[in-house]
Ligand binder design. Structure first.
Ligand code: DGL
Length: 266
């Protein structure tokens, strides 16, 4: 039994998809969440900078005395996997578990959508090919999604979102892929519009949900579960904005414990 919190970080709201999943699996866990909103979007930044930022995010979350850390960010998971692995606190990424789950599906092309930095790193593509050498991978960067999601525009009735869905998911639909990895944790917040666009025959593999399941299994297996269901949120953006949007996404009352922290220098 270990009552220390689980640490989770992302550039913004995306990692809340992992919080949502963890709440279902292990409601008693304490959670410390850091949303680096001031430096969002991560997906437009160069890899070297992202690796420095990953270290800073890990240090911030670790300073809260957590028992493990989930990098609930596809961009960090793709560009800084060695930084995560070498960290002295046990870390989890959102790439490996999603790839494992994706290759268990039907044969045929596998789609992956993620940020520009994640796709250009090639990390999802090479992990998929390592797991299934004959896999045809259709990888599409979707830079417009994160800013839309962060401004609360998550309904396909929104014109800009509808346009972005058509532009990014058209090639996935045309490829005949039956499996699509949502390789950016933000995309879980628009899973319904994505599903409606592609149809139910396409299986969506949500990277953050896969990682949350993996983390929960690890805690159970290692006898490290424990806590009293407390949540503490930190954001480098405006606390009120995070509070309002996170309530919407978590489907609960506004979280009480949201604290602003100074923006770190990248
Ligand atoms: N949610 C993050 C990811 O999974 C970062 C998105 C961004 O800030 O560009 O990639």
């Amino acid at each position: 039994m270990d009552n220390r919190a689980i640490g989770i970080f992302d550039s913004g709201l995306g990692g809340l998809t992992a919080v949502r999943e963890l709440r279902t699996l292990l409601p008693e866990e304490n959670i410390v969440y850091f949303a680096d909103t001031a430096r969002m979007p991560y997906g437009a930044r160069p890899a070297e900078m992202l690796r420095r930022m990953a270290r800073q995010d890990l240090d911030f979350v670790a300073s809260k005395g957590v028992k493990c850390i989930l990098a609930a960010c596809g961009t960090v998971s793709s560009t800084a996997p060695d930084v995560l692995r070498a960290y002295p606190v046990r870390t989890f990424d959102v790439l490996s578990s999603a790839v494992r789950e994706a290759v268990q599906g039907e044969e045929g092309p596998i789609g992956v959508i993620a940020t520009a930095a994640s796709i250009s790193s090639g990390a999802f593509q090479s992990a998929l090919r390592a797991a299934r050498p004959d896999a045809e991978v259709v990888a599409v960067p979707c830079p417009a999604f994160v800013p839309l999601i962060e401004s609360g525009r998550c309904d396909e009735g929104d014109e800009a979102l509808a346009e972005a869905l058509a532009a990014y998911l058209g090639p996935i639909r045309d490829s005949g892929a039956k499996t699509l990895i949502l390789g950016c944790t933000h995309y879980g917040l628009i899973a319904d519009p994505i599903r409606r666009f592609l149809g139910d025959h396409v299986r969506l593999v949500e990277a953050s949900a896969c990682a949350a399941r993996e983390l929960a299994a690890y805690l159970r297996r290692s006898g490290l579960c424990g806590g009293s269901g407390e949540e503490q949120f930190y954001t480098s953006g405006r606390a009120e904005d995070f509070s309002a949007l996170s309530a919407l996404f978590l489907g609960c009352d506004r979280p009480e414990r949201v604290e602003h922290v100074e923006e770190m220098e990248a």
